[in-house]
Design a protein around this ligand. Structure first.
Ligand code: MG
Length: 294
């Protein structure tokens, strides 16, 4: 039995407190997975940040969502949104740094989904090391990282190296005690537990369109697999699912909850934490309902 580490306590509700997690920083407000977005989220008084990590050709863990460049959010050196989604794994960190990621293409459905997102020149894909250095600063000692390992199921043979490279950065910066390792790929989480038994794991699930097979009783499976958090898509759960998982000792973190009516429903369901592209919107609902976050 794993002991409950402080970073897991910080993802769990307590009387009067429901946690807020900034999704990709605060994707609805600032460019996703950028240092600006993380700084904004932390400055807003939301210490829990979710983000996505992949590996470059030269084994640098970087913060970006897809295993490839992403047409609606990557601009080339001419300032044009890209037309070719090269694999991140084919580019060195220096080569990746030639692209800007501070704007979103409003002519795409993806861009249209975030009409309020700030458009900022000069932002690059950050190395994981940059975010670790930020949260290591004394003023951010309350910050917690929900670090999603974006595994590409076709690259199973590189799981171990991916985990090792991510852990090396976390250890080098002394932020293991602020980190939770998070993934849809439960095999990579087993690798995380083997390589870093001191860092808790968080199991993502989505019932539809999943690349990964899901067991019937997901919370029981997560518990048996040594997980600390279960992170279902918010439309997949009932209040009973939440209560059942919590009774097993799991924290329940739902994603990605952006509409006020959905935020209210998740509060009513009794979840531990709400992961949102609009963390300030969740703050406002909690405030209006006489609740707090921390
Ligand atoms: Mg993610």
């Amino acid at each position: 039995m794993r002991t409950m580490t402080q970073q897991i306590v910080d993802f769990k509700k307590r009387p009067g407190v429901i946690r807020i997690v900034g999704h990709r920083g605060a994707r609805g407000v600032f460019p996703e997975n950028t240092m600006l977005g993380f700084e904004y989220t932390l400055a807003s008084g939301v210490p829990l940040v979710e983000f996505d990590v992949v590996l470059t050709a030269d084994d640098v863990p970087v913060i970006t969502h897809n295993p490839t460049l992403h047409k609606p959010t990557f601009q080339d050196q001419a300032g044009q949104f890209i037309s070719n989604e090269l694999p991140i794994r084919s580019l060195s960190f220096a080569e990746l740094g030639r692209y800007e990621v501070g704007k979103i293409d409003g002519t795409t459905s993806y861009g249209a989904a975030f009409p309020d997102q700030a458009q900022v020149a000069g932002l690059r894909v950050p190395a994981l090391a940059e975010l670790c250095a930020l949260v290591k600063q004394p003023r951010h000692q309350a910050a917690r990282l929900l670090l999603e390992l974006k595994s590409d199921p076709s690259l199973t043979n590189m799981r171990s190296n991916f985990v090792a490279q991510v852990l090396r950065v976390i250890r080098d910066h002394g932020v293991a005690g602020q980190t939770v390792l998070h993934s849809f790929d439960w095999e990579i989480l087993a690798d995380c537990q083997a390589q870093a038994p001191d860092i808790p794991t968080s199991f993502l699930s989505i019932a539809s369109n999943s690349e990964f097979d899901l067991p019937d009783d997901i919370p029981a499976h997560v518990k048996a697999a040594g997980g600390a958090l279960w992170c279902p898509h918010f439309q997949d759960i009932t209040a009973k699912d939440v209560a059942d998982a919590q009774r097993m000792g799991l924290g329940v973190v739902v994603w990605t909850v952006n509409a006020i009516s959905d935020i209210d429903q998740m509060i009513d369901f009794g979840v531990d934490a709400i992961c949102s592209d609009y963390p300030e919107r969740v703050q406002r609902r909690l405030s209006d309902r006489g609740l707090r976050w921390e």
